[in-house]
Design a protein around this ligand. Structure first.
Ligand code: M5T
Ligand code: MG
Length: 575
């Protein structure tokens, strides 16, 4: 909690202002009962009407001032808390953007969303409350006690009983409630996760008739959330009534013993009235403190979760002194590269070496799960490798700025992901300053222009979230256009032609050849047809290199390649 409060720094001035304003306001409030005692004991007892009016007016002025100050304090507190929330959310977002995929998967998108919204809001709310009460409650407690004791020491003995009883009640209640807060946040995570999963996978859920199952799963999580929520609130709801009972019994005791003392002539009526008010203030401030006592752990549970994300130091970082990289083309070289997913026993990519030259196509083929995607994801440095090195123009990619490296790359992922927006906007994701003509050209090369032109709004057709209103092949071709418009030095196509029919596949590749000129092309494919005329083919098998060569060379002496060719030939024949 404390470490997260460092984000309050920009609001230092406003926080100090809040403290000063509360200080004045609380002192004014503490002054009021004293004035009232004077009205009774001096004004009424002596029948001094002008004195009563004068003091009454003075009381009114103090009260109005106190109210005005409270309004101001609340205003500033809200501003500070909201601003703080915004800052923390931004910080979270920026940090998450820098995560490597490994770190991203560790916490998971559902939890990251809860943490950036719900958890930050918990902290923000508590901060808001704390800003209003942190000066007010202790000051009121202390001031109330001092003033009450100075009014009547004997009667103050009542507090020796009342205060410990109150403190004990608060302690017992909060001890039960606090552990439930962390649980509540975890349950929120779970709800979010299930909701996300079933919303994203809604087609699959329906196709497999799993709607009932999903409903049950969600209901269960929902009910668990409800139950924990009810448990917390049940406990908390005890707090206020118990406080009120203690407060009222204290008042009874004060009036009871006060009356005896007045009867004995040891105390004045006004004095007792003021004493009663101070006792109220003391108990109220204790109640405020007890709420803080309960709210802070709740925010603490959230702060811990937020901090967990903020404190992850992205392990993929730019080097302190990035090596300047020159050259219009980019040669990609793998030297004994081994890579393993976090916690995986087996390396996904093991001891791979090859050279991909500018102006040439390097194809990667291998059965599913062979490690093709894992291998090409290493080039934009989505993950860091375990051993070996990846060089671009002779420079280790870990010694380059990530931005410089990624600038050179046009990456077409295996699963084309598009964003909500128009087709043109999606293509311009690759190069934000591309002209309409350049967008059209890229679509042309990607063999996407025909279906785009068929749409009423052409390149201004709106694409729904994640491209859900496009076919798989259409999405793939838009993703290709997005990479093309960038005119990068390195193209990475991860199985990007799989959803295309043979004819479109061939057309696309010959168009690409003209377009890509001296760029380095790295192309992952399952079909032999797609890789056949590559300058070199890398055969992957269970993460290991099983051979490098041209189609002819591999066909002659590589058993794994021969198997792949064979299996696809028979497939083709039987089809
Ligand atoms: C290679 C594992 C996967 C497989 C091996 C992407 C990814 C893969 N894996 C993980 O553990 N975590 C991940 O995030 O790595 O997988 P691949 O590189 O995806 O294989 P591929 O691209 O050759 O297969 P495909 O089906 O795309 O042709 O053991 O479990
Ligand atoms: Mg793959």
């Amino acid at each position: 909690m404390l470490s997260i409060l460092k984000y309050l720094k920009p609001y230092k001035l406003q926080v100090s202002l809040i403290i000063v304003l509360t200080l004045i306001g609380t002192l004014l409030e503490l002054y009021l009962p004293t004035l009232m005692a004077d009205v009774v004991d001096i004004g009424i007892v002596n029948n001094d009407i002008p004195y009563i009016l004068r003091t009454g007016l003075w009381m009114l002025v103090c009260a109005i001032f106190a109210i005005g100050l409270t309004v101001l304090v609340n205003f500033f507190a809200s501003r500070v808390a909201m601003g703080f929330g915004k800052d923390v959310r931004r910080k979270l977002f920026v940090n998450v953007e820098n995560f490597s995929l490994q770190e991203f998967e560790k916490i998971g998108p559902a939890s990251l969303i809860t943490r950036s919204t719900n958890d930050v809001k918990q902290i923000q709310d508590v901060l808001n409350m704390m800003l209003r009460m942190m000066t007010r409650a202790p000051l009121m407690l202390l001031g109330g006690i001092i003033l009450a004791v100075s009014r009547d020491q004997t009667l103050s003995l009542i507090f020796i009983v009342a205060l410990p009883v109150l403190a004990l009640t608060i302690y017992l209640i909060s001890r039960k409630a606090i552990p439930l807060f962390g649980e509540l946040q975890k349950k929120t995570d779970r709800l979010n996760l299930l909701l996300r999963e079933s919303l994203i996978g809604t087609r699959v859920v329906r196709a497999f008739n799993r709607v009932e199952f999903e409903k049950k799963r969600f209901n269960q999580a929902n009910e668990e959330f409800r139950d924990t929520g009810i448990r917390v609130n049940k406990i908390i709801s005890f707090l206020f009534p118990s406080m009120m009972i203690i407060m009222n019994f204290t008042n009874i005791a004060i009036v009871w013993f006060g009356a005896i003392r007045i009867d004995a002539g040891a105390m004045q009526v006004g004095n007792l009235m003021a004493f009663l008010q101070y006792s109220m203030m003391i108990l109220m401030s204790l109640i405020m403190l007890s709420f803080a006592f309960i709210m802070i752990p709740r925010a603490q549970a959230s702060a811990k979760r937020v901090n967990e994300v903020l404190l992850i130091d992205p392990d993929i970082k730019d080097p302190e002194q990035a090596k300047a990289e020159t050259g219009a083309h980019a040669e990609v070289e793998f030297k004994n590269v081994t890579f393993r997913y976090a916690g995986a026993e087996k390396a996904a990519v093991e001891d791979i070496s090859f050279l991909a030259k500018p102006g040439e196509t390097t194809a990667i083929i291998g059965s599913t799960g062979a490690g093709k995607t894992s291998l090409v994801q290493l080039i934009p440095r989505f993950y860091d490798i375990e051993s070996g090195s990846i060089l671009v123009n002779g420079i280790d990619i870990r010694e380059m700025k990530q931005h410089t490296l990624r600038e050179k790359i046009g990456y077409v992922p295996q699963k084309a992901s598009l964003f909500s927006g128009t087709i043109a906007e999606n293509v311009r994701f690759g190069a934000k300053d591309a002209t309409d003509q350049e967008v059209m050209d890229a679509l042309q090369t990607a063999q996407a222009i025909d279906f785009v032109n068929e749409k009423e709004d052409g390149i201004n057709t709106y694409i729904e979230q994640a491209g859900s209103n496009l076919s798989g092949g259409q999405k793939q071709r838009l993703a290709i256009a997005r990479a093309l418009v960038r005119k990068p030095e390195i193209y990475i196509f991860d199985d990007s032609f799989s959803a295309l029919d043979y004819k479109t596949d061939a057309k696309l590749r010959s168009a690409l050849k003209e377009e890509t000129g001296n760029s380095t092309i790295i192309l992952v494919a399952q079909r032999v047809n797609t890789v056949m005329d590559a300058d070199r083919i890398i055969v992957l098998n269970e993460g290991k290199l099983a051979g490098i060569g041209t189609h002819e060379e591999l066909l002659k002496d590589n058993t794994i390649y021969q198997e792949i060719v064979e299996s696809q030939r028979t497939e083709g024949e039987s089809a």
